[in-house]
Design a protein around this ligand. Structure first.
Ligand code: ZN
Length: 202
């Protein structure tokens, strides 16, 4: 059964360092007709469930722990009885949003997450956040980059727990090593490709 990528946009807020901004987040669901992975849990359980449909959610995979990516992760976990996966280096960010609850299992670089007849490979790409990860789906020709790489360049590094040289090193080592025609599904905004961003960043 073919694995596909489903997408929606959901809106809410992002808060860090005492500032709050309105944001639109991409919502990505990867799976077949039976089971799926939810990538990030922004803003609205209802919006996520609308994309999931009647499929079994195998896991909620968080690209990083900024509140606009994990705010409804525990509520979604309750709704679908699936584990939350997060890289442990994002513990300090997670604790800013969820003081009483934790995620269920740690992500690690190189980990393979199977879904349907395919698999995603976890790429640890610190910089935007210390525990930021990208999820590479070689069979699907795409990578889910969260806020590490956008159309137009690297994710923001101006706030706490971020670092510009670190994100550039992550992108060059882990993302620009992928095939150039790999489609980049981002945490916010439009898709891009590895080749287009590699050409822009140099
Ligand atoms: Zn972020």
């Amino acid at each position: 059964m073919a694995v596909r990528v489903d997408h929606a946009v959901t809106s809410g807020t992002f808060s860090l360092d005492g500032e709050t901004h309105q944001v639109d987040n991409n919502l990505w669901v990867v799976g077949d007709d039976e089971e799926c992975l939810v990538i990030d849990a922004p803003h609205s359980v209802e919006d996520i469930l609308a994309v999931v449909g009647d499929r079994r959610v195998k896991a909620i995979v968080c690209t990083h722990a900024h509140d606009d990516h994990v705010r409804v992760a525990p509520a979604l976990r309750e709704a679908v009885r699936a584990p939350i996966l997060l890289h442990p280096d994002d513990r300090p960010l997670w604790k800013l949003t969820h003081t009483d609850e934790l995620w269920d299992a740690d992500l690690s670089d190189g980990q393979v997450i199977e879904i349907g007849d395919t698999a995603l490979t976890v790429l640890h790409t610190p910089g935007h956040a210390p525990g930021a990860v990208c999820l590479w789906a070689p069979d699907l020709g795409c990578v889910f980059t969260g806020d590490t790489l956008f159309q137009g360049g690297p994710g923001a590094t101006g706030r706490s727990f971020s670092d510009r040289p670190t994100i550039e090193a992550s992108i060059k080592a882990k993302l620009f090593a992928l095939p150039g025609d790999t489609v980049v599904h981002t945490g916010h905004g439009e898709d891009t490709t590895i080749a287009a961003e590699a050409a822009a960043l140099g």
